[in-house]
Design a protein around this ligand. Structure first.
Ligand code: COA
Length: 420
């Protein structure tokens, strides 16, 4: 515990729901002292959202708030504001993801925060960036996916279900939190050089867009060429002037698709992703028992293959029909073909490799007992993040207030006035 790189960094975690908490949780794993400031009585809304055990913090909360301390504080009451001011003076970073203007309305403008502590780093998540014509909007995950280009480029391009599609991955929430963590660490290094803090702002729209970089690439290619050769629409269908949805096509120069394996009729995840990597064409032909394709001009180059890529995938599917997804990958891996089984959440939860690496971690919680969480995706040679249970609401209020110098009597008064 003692040699975590972020030991000594004190963070006021004024976050809720997912985007902010994902960021501060990551920093807590790496050693920061993260004090989650929550409204007395209710706390972060995710404590009670989608509860699976009555009166026990929901997994939504426990999986995003491990390794933190919880301080309840009504920051709209004068005494609560006074406590927050003290905390600001003694902390390195304050992270918040309230709706637009909420922190200002509470009296904690950036100017005021700097006045209290010029070294403070204020890190904010908002739906849209400052000055954006939608800057006043409150935003949740799916709103961000629509605003950031993910929804318009995900899904099917024709048929009954061809509208924009939301990804199940939290591109708007946790992804924005990860961007914010990078910003905070950069500002901490910047402060070592200048002695001054700064404001770090990340918008959910920008964070989604940052992951849609290749789709912005495609828009410009489309503007120039009028077609996109790696999309399933090419060459038999027409393109409009906007990047279309490409189903499960590979996003780069390597065509790929999700293919059915043995049992797909009853198992919703009996599929693999198969990539037709250009220079791996010969091994693909060998793996599929189609050596004649290696020298057939209609198959030899990526350009020659593209007009009948769906027929190639159909042939591979035929080869897959008597193999489970795991058997198929075990054969294809010997030929160095980039592929993977489509894994369900159940399979991931019980995956021995993920358990061994700490990517899936078992955690003890005071009232829930044991549960599983997604551990750190970042691995270090000299540090293994240990994941501890999330705090109960206000569990550390008295401890944190005492550290700030409040006496037992003052703390009791705050409780009686419902400030904490
Ligand atoms: N004590 C007293 N008041 C508190 C408090 C505390 N400890 N913590 C929060 N509040 C108040 C805020 O000051 C705010 O008051 P005000 O609106 O009267 O000024 C109020 O609680 C609620 O803030 P808000 O963040 O707007 O909550 P919401 O539930 O209406 O909206 C979001 C939720 C997520 C839509 C909104 O916070 C948002 O858009 N955040 C930015 C983008 C984001 O992070 N989205 C979610 C990603 S998971």
């Amino acid at each position: 515990m003692s040699n975590k790189p972020l030991n000594g960094i004190k963070i006021i975690d004024f976050t809720h729901v997912q985007a902010g908490p994902a960021c501060t949780q990551l920093l807590a794993w790496f050693g920061a002292d993260v004090i989650k400031v929550e409204r007395p009585g209710s706390g972060d809304v995710t404590r009670t959202q989608l509860q699976d055990i009555p009166n026990v913090d929901a997994l939504y909360f426990t999986m995003l708030n491990s390794n933190k301390r919880s301080l309840t504080l009504d920051t709209k009451k004068p005494l609560g504001k006074e406590v927050l001011e003290k905390l600001i003076k003694e902390s390195d970073v304050m992270v918040e993801n309230f709706g637009p203007g909420a922190l200002d309305r509470m009296g904690f403008t950036w100017a005021r925060i700097q006045e209290l502590n010029p070294k403070m780093i204020l890190a904010s998540v908002k739906g849209f960036s400052d000055g954006h014509h939608y800057e006043d909007l409150k935003v949740y995950e799916n709103v961000a996916q629509c605003a950031g280009g993910a929804a318009s480029t995900t899904g099917w391009w024709k048929g009954e279900n061809s509208g924009p599609m939301i990804s199940a991955a939290a591109l708007g929430d946790s992804n924005t939190g990860m961007h914010l963590a990078i910003g905070i660490l950069t500002a901490i290094i910047g402060r070592q050089q200048t002695g001054k803090g700064q404001k770090v702002a990340v918008s959910m729209q920008d964070s989604v867009l940052n992951l849609c970089r290749v789709k912005m690439r495609d828009q410009q290619r489309l503007d120039r060429l009028g077609y996109l050769e790696e999309y399933p629409q090419y060459p038999h269908e027409t393109f409009s002037d906007v990047v279309p949805r490409g189903g499960n096509a590979g996003g780069g120069g390597q065509p790929g698709w999700i293919l059915k394996c043995k049992g797909w009729e009853t198992d919703p995840n009996a599929y693999i992703y198969f990539t037709v990597q250009g220079h791996a064409w010969a091994p693909i032909c060998d793996a599929l028992g189609k050596p004649e394709w290696k020298t057939d001009p209609a198959y030899m180059t990526p350009k020659a293959r593209q007009p009948h890529i769906t027929e190639i995938f159909a042939t591979i599917e035929d080869w897959l029909k008597d193999k489970t997804k795991f058997e198929a990958v075990d054969i294809l891996r010997k030929f160095d073909i980039p592929c993977a089984p489509v894994l369900s959440m159940k399979e991931l939860l019980h995956d021995e490799s993920l358990r061994a690496s700490g990517s899936i971690a078992e955690v003890q919680h005071k009232t829930r007992g044991s549960y599983f969480t997604v551990g750190s995706p970042i691995k270090f040679s000299d540090m293994k993040p240990e994941i501890t249970g999330s705090p109960l609401l206000g569990e550390h209020s008295d401890e944190v207030l005492a550290e700030l110098g409040y006496t037992k009597e003052q703390i009791a008064e705050m409780h009686s006035k419902e400030v904490v």
